[in-house]
Ligand binder design. Structure first.
Ligand code: 6PG
Length: 501
């Protein structure tokens, strides 16, 4: 009998939590996992929990799983990105019928999503690539969902996606208190909306992750400056973050930083953070964001810097060896916290504005490259709750794009412009202080370079272009001639004529 409203394949942490979230909202959900023991264990667990979890049905074989779902079927995949997703789709296809919808909720590469959408559409099925952000808790109690695909398929998925997404207050954009098991949040604006065609949802999720990388790196640099320049313990620095979380910087990442810094080491003395090895991992979405920016010529230097910062952190042994050989200034502690803390706060806020400006510029270019029509106000809106980068600040971005949907760069919006003007003296002091003390702050520094570069009517690229013409006859334009008219000089020869090309 086909009575399931939706199906889900892949019962790792994200899959299990999303399935429970869907069941909590009154939907009957069929679940399937490649290894059926996992399905059995999950179903056994469901039976011990909430009554709503009776609505989760386990299936040991794929054919039975597909048959159990009402048509047109909606089947969510939460399997590893890359080849495992292709294998799962190939296994599933023989059981699908015309009009069925496959929804990939993994962190897929957008070009894979474009390809899969084409392939499945050609076979008479629909394919939605949906970004899902918020980790385990988000999946369970309300993620931010970024779906891309055909509008027809979205219309079918929309009620479920809206129900299970995080909710924010309609007036303030502040996330509503999270749901509890069996008790979904009622009311509020859901953090999901149609993003655009084919791979756009996954592209937007990727840029979300690129921003997540830089957001995290900026916070780490603020922490490191406070630690080096004040010589405070982790919890005292945590208090600074807890205080920042009550103002403009209020965000999920600032909040968890306060928690992390206050955490004592459960298996030793002092604070846990001081015992965590200083090497950061990465699964690739930050790298994809940075390479997409490079490919499209978008100056997302701070986002790329955040990826490089992780790469540098991973060279632990080399860094340790170099620390005995390469000299630099010793960081001087003992700064006045009353001056330093607000200065770092402003540096963090200004850098964060640049980071988001870069993310949105990348989206603006990508929509041209891939033929999407993205609504930036809506994107900022669906990031206000549920996702890792959720922040009070996103309401300001929503407001900025609602006031001017054609805003060229977030930094030009009146609110962000005045924040940058107000904070920049501190921002510059902090970067200078970091340089003088030999404290690496690549994200603060590159964000500031982006700000200064973007606001410069003139840059030294005149010399660069002349160099290109000198050694490679790459030509140049002249400031006293119309744009698009190119010249070449047979360098070095003052007496040779400049030739229009
Ligand atoms: C989210 C996160 C998530 C991501 C992890 C790990 O939005 O819930 O972005 O999708 O996979 O944060 O990413 P890294 O391993 O690359 O740090």
């Amino acid at each position: 009998m086909s009575n399931a409203d939706i199906g889900l394949i892949g019962l790792a942490v994200m899959g299990q939590n999303l399935a429970l979230n869907i069941a909590d909202h009154g939907y009957t959900i069929a679940v399937y996992n490649r290894h059926h023991e996992k399905t059995d264990d999950f179903i056994a667990l469901c039976r011990q929990r909430e009554p709503s979890h009776e609505r989760v049905q386990g299936h040991a074989d794929l054919a039975g799983f597909v048959r159990a779902i009402k048509r047109p079927r909606k089947i969510v995949l939460l399997v590893k990105a890359g080849q495992p997703t292709d294998i799962t789709i190939n296994n599933l296809v023989p059981y699908l019928e015309a009009g069925d919808i496959v929804i990939d909720g993994g962190n897929a590469h957008w070009l894979d999503t474009i390809r899969r959408e084409k392939e499945l559409t050609a076979k008479g099925f629909h394919f939605i690539g949906s970004g899902v952000s918020g980790g385990e808790t988000g999946a369970r109690f309300g993620p931010s969902l970024m779906p891309g695909g055909s509008r027809e398929a979205w219309a079918s998925l929309e009620p479920i996606w809206r129900d299970i997404a995080a909710k924010v207050d309609a007036d303030t954009g502040v996330p509503l208190p999270g749901a509890e098991p069996g008790k979904p949040v009622s009311g509020g604006v859901p953090c999901t909306a149609y993003v655009g065609a084919d791979g756009s949802g996954h592209y937007v999720k990727m840029v979300h992750n690129g921003i997540e990388y830089i957001d995290m790196q900026l916070i780490c640099e603020a922490y490191w400056l406070l630690k080096q320049l004040l010589d405070w313990d982790a919890d005292a620095i945590g208090e600074v973050f807890r205080e920042w979380n009550t103002g403009e910087l209020s965000s999920y990442l600032i909040e968890i930083t306060g928690d992390i810094l206050g955490q004592r080491d459960p298996s030793g003395q002092g604070f846990l953070v001081d015992h965590v090895l200083d090497t950061a991992g990465q699964k690739g979405t930050g790298l994809w964001t940075a390479s997409s920016a490079l490919e499209q010529g978008v100056p997302a230097n701070a986002i790329a810097e955040a990826v490089f910062a992780r790469s540098l952190s991973a060279l632990k042994d080399e860094r340790l060896a170099a620390s005995a050989l390469l000299q630099g200034p010793e960081a001087a502690s003992g700064h006045d916290p009353a001056e330093l803390i607000p200065a770092i706060r402003d540096a963090l806020y200004c850098s964060k504005i640049c980071a988001y400006a870069q993310g949105f510029q990348l989206l603006a270019e990508a929509q041209k490259t891939y033929g999407w029509t993205l609504d930036f106000g809506t994107l900022a809106q669906i990031w206000r709750g549920g996702c890792i980068i959720r922040a009070r600040f996103l309401q300001k971005i929503t407001d900025a794009y609602q006031a001017d949907p054609n805003l060229k760069n977030l930094m030009l919006d009146p609110y962000f412009r005045s924040s940058l003007h107000d904070g920049q003296a501190h921002w510059r002091e902090v970067v200078a202080l970091a340089v003088r003390n030999g404290i690496p702050t690549p994200a603060f520094g590159s964000a500031l370079a982006y700000y200064d570069g973007y606001r410069s009517g003139s840059l030294p690229a005149n010399l660069l272009q002349a160099q290109r013409d000198y050694f490679g006859a790459h030509t140049y334009e002249r400031i006293d001639q119309p744009r698009g008219k190119f010249f070449h000089l047979d360098w070095p020869a003052a007496d040779r004529p400049e030739l229009p090309q």
